[in-house]
Every structure is written in C-alpha cells, then in structure tokens.
Design a protein around this ligand. Structure first.
Ligand code: HEC
Ligand code: HEC
Length: 396
C-alpha cells in the first residue's frame, strides 16, 4: 500500500474545516512548490525491509551534534509553526489527530513542540519532556530528500519520499544556533532555500548546490553531481560527515577517517539502499506537456541536439563515464571539490518536478537548459526544435 492511495477522509474534512474557519496567511499566500499542485504519483516506495523507517526516522545518534553542539533543541522551542513552514519545514498530516490543525495556534511555539512530540515534522526527531521542553533533537535523511503533497495546506500533507525539499532553507535553520560565530552564520545565511553544501565543513569553500531528488537511482552507477561513488558510499558520507551520525567512514582521497564504536550507520546501509531503489521518479502530471511536440523532441534529443550521446536512455545517464566541466559549459568549482574533478551526466528522472537545473541551479527552466546547450555546444537548433526538446524533457 502506498501512502498516496490510502484514503484519509478525516483529512479532507479537516482541510475543509480549516478553509472555512480561518482566512489567515496560510491560505492568503499559498506557497505551493512547483510541481506539487498535482497529487503525488504512486510508487513512492515500500518498506520491504525497514529501509523506509531508516530513511524517514533514523538519526544515527546525530543528536550529539544538533543538540549537544548546536543546541538547536533550544531554538525550535521558540519557533512558531508559521515560521517553521516559512523556512521550508514540512508537516506530516498523517501523524496528527483529527481536528488538530483546526484548533491549533499556529503562531504559538508550543504548537511546534507538539508537532515535534508527534514526530510530525519531516526529518526532525525530537524527544519532548512531560513539561513540554525539547530535550533532544536530531535530523534524518527525510529532512532534505522528502516533502509533502500539500494535501491539507501548503507545507502540510502526506509524505513524498525522494522528492527534494527545494523550499527548505537548511542554512537559515542552522544559522539560528546560538553557538556559531558571525562569520560562520554568514556562510549559512548565504545558502538560500533548496541548497546545501556537503563539503563546506571540511574544505571551507562556500558553494552550495541544489538538493537533488533521491528517486530514480536504481540503475544509476554513480551518485552525486560529481559521481563520487555508489549509493551506499554517499549515504555513509552524508550520515557520518554531514548529519554527524555515529558511524565509521574513511576516504583517504578526502583525508577523512572517522571511527566510531559502535558504528550505528554501516550495518543499516544495505536496507537503506534497498529502500532508495524502490523510489521511482514521478510521472509527469497529465496534460503537462504536448505529446506530439514531445515525440518530435525525442528525435531532436538523439539527433541534432546530441543529448543522447551522454544522456543514454533508459536512465538518461552514461555514468560511470564522467565529463570535464568544459564539455557541458559547467562552472568548474564543485568538480574541483569532490574526488573526480568532473561531472556525472545527471540521470533525467522526473525533471519536470524539480526546477531549477544543473548542480548550481544556473538554469531556471528547461528552456534555459536547452538554450544553454544550444550555445555551449553550438548546436544551431531552431526555435521549433528547442521547444520540441523542452516538451520531450517534460515528458520524462
Ligand atoms: C542537509 C540536507 C541533506 C541531508 C540531511 C541528506 N542529504 Fe542527500 N544530498 C544533499 C545534497 C545537497 C546532495 C548533492 C550533493 C552533491 O551531489 O554534491 C545530496 C545527494 C544525495 C544523493 C545523490 C543523488 C544523485 O542524484 O546522485 C543521495 C542518494 C542522497 N543524497 C541520499 C541521502 C541519504 C540516504 C541521506 C540520509 C543518510 C541524505 N541524503 C541526507 C542534501 C542532503
Ligand atoms: C557531454 C555530455 C552531455 C551532453 C552532450 C548533454 N548533457 Fe545534459 N548533462 C550532462 C552533465 C555532465 C550534466 C550535469 C551538469 C551539472 O549539473 O553540473 C547534465 C545535466 C543536464 C540537465 C540537468 C538535470 C538536473 O536535474 O539538474 C538536463 C535537463 C540536461 N542535462 C539535458 C540535456 C539536453 C537536453 C541535452 C542536449 C541538448 C544535453 N543535456 C546534452 C552531460 C551532457
């Protein structure tokens, strides 16, 4: 059973109730993300072996960092739900009892604490004392790599695992920590929504990238924009060096050698990977592209556009082959920070769902992607060919 197909009548009733009962900024200024106006697709993964539980709820003991070092537990205590939603945190409506939102004070930090107590904030796990204090808090993979379908309200709905949270302002959230100096805060504050820098804490260079989707990776040989390694390599890297979970990770190429006893990460990597492999790329919403134009675009893709020389169907990548930044006219900075010096051809999975494009978000739309290639590769595509190519990309 997928979450999407599960019927939740009380939530529909609740949504109606809220719509009728309050006309405040929730509804006056909806923050629907691109692509989330449609209900999410089926096939968002099943928890065959507990991997979904890990993806959503496992902190690997990273509370030692987010609570012990950064004291973010004290910070969330003072943040009201409207502010939390404004920095892109998402609420899992299925964790809330009927009527909860209709009667809750969304301007009260106590409501945030209650949401945390119910484990309803995606990717944030907290333990709350009987007196209502957030004693400990940690983060999970779902923080960045899942969102909600806005079924109840913008930012509140059913989970969609694997969809990147492009609203989430990780930097702004971390910058609230009371222990950071001004220079460090300035770095975090510079990132903006949907971006994160997975190298900054050990190379000190500030060049965040877009949070990518975690779906559609089953047949892709190398992960990350720079093709750092197979999926479990990168999962371990993030869990240990970024989330600060308790585990062992070593990569001499990066000069990282972390040893933890016990290792809470390594034994869980296989089931986590299995779950990630069940996350399918979402199909394009019905009517979102012109089918005849897309068919013409398919021919441009493999012909005059030369796209298929790197984006080889069905995965639309040629990984493990990698490409020097100059081959596609990419900014070289990120390539120089990883271990490969190059970029992986991004698998074109559900591209309609996650603008902007390229690792640095330098193309706002698929039309911008196409005109970037037209110029960089001197393709000389006509306006018609470019439009058809865009229609094809929207169909993937
Ligand atoms: C703070 C936000 C954040 C968290 C938490 C996070 N990630 Fe990521 N993830 C990113 C970013 C940013 C990248 C892109 C890094 C790059 O390519 O250089 C990424 C890349 C990935 C990729 C590669 C996607 C691709 O197209 O190759 C996978 C897979 C992934 N993350 C899985 C996970 C898993 C599993 C967890 C939990 C262990 C996790 N991430 C936690 C931000 C995050
Ligand atoms: C020489 C190999 C190569 C060719 C040719 C090529 N690409 Fe790419 N493509 C890449 C690489 C490498 C990336 C990753 C760039 C980055 O994000 O830094 C990429 C990224 C993309 C993205 C961004 C996906 C995302 O999720 O951000 C799209 C869309 C895309 N290419 C479409 C095309 C189209 C359309 C063509 C043909 C006009 C094309 N590519 C030709 C290698 C290629």
């Amino acid at each position: 059973m997928t979450i999407v197909s599960r019927s939740t009548p009380f939530l529909s009733a609740l949504a109606l109730l809220v719509l009728v009962a309050c006309g405040d900024q929730w509804l006056a200024a909806p923050r629907l993300s691109a692509g989330l106006v449609q209900p999410p697709p089926a096939g968002i993964g099943n928890d065959a072996a507990g991997g979904r539980e890990i993806f959503r709820h496992e902190t690997w003991g990273d509370e030692a960092f987010w609570t012990g070092a950064l004291h973010l537990n004290d910070v969330v205590q003072t943040v009201d739900p409207l502010t939390a939603l404004a920095v892109g945190l998402k609420v899992d409506a299925e964790r809330l009892p009927p009527g909860f939102l209709a009667s809750a004070d969304l301007k009260s930090p106590a409501t945030t604490v209650e949401l945390l107590r119910r484990d309803a904030v995606l990717g944030v796990r907290a333990s709350v004392t009987a007196g209502g204090r957030v004693a400990r808090l940690g983060i999970t993979c779902a923080l960045c790599h899942s969102t909600v379908d806005n079924f109840v309200l913008p930012g509140v709905g059913r989970r969609v695992d694997g969809w990147p949270n492009r609203d989430l302002n990780v930097g702004a959230i971390v910058a609230l920590s009371p222990v950071l100096d001004e220079a460090t805060k300035a770095v975090f504050q510079s990132w903006g929504p949907g971006r994160y820098d997975a190298y900054w804490n050990h190379d000190g260079k500030n060049a965040p990238v877009l949070i990518p989707p975690a779906y559609g990776l089953r047949d892709v040989a190398l992960e990350t924009y720079t093709g750092e390694g197979p999926i479990s390599y990168w999962n371990a890297y993030v869990a240990i060096t970024q989330m600060h979970g308790q585990g062992s990770f070593s990569d001499p190429r990066l000069g990282i050698d972390v040893v933890a006893q016990p290792d809470r990460v390594t034994p869980k990597l296989p089931v986590l990977r299995d779950y990630q492999f069940t996350l399918e790329a979402p199909a394009p919403p019905p009517g979102s592209f012109d089918a005849a134009a897309a068919e013409r675009g398919r021919i441009v893709f493999s012909g005059a556009g030369r796209c298929a020389s790197c984006h080889i169907p069905p995965t639309y990548t040629d990984a493990p082959r990698l490409h020097a930044p100059v081959e596609t006219g990419m900014d070289p900075v990120l390539a120089g920070r990883g271990t490969t010096g190059a970029y992986r051809t991004t698998p074109l999975r559900g591209v309609w769902q996650h603008p902007p494009y390229f690792h640095d978000g330098s193309a706002a739309t698929l039309a911008d992607v196409v005109s970037h290639y037209d110029a960089t590769l001197a393709l000389g595509l006509t306006a018609q060919q470019q439009a058809d190519l865009v229609a094809f990309l929207k169909s993937l």
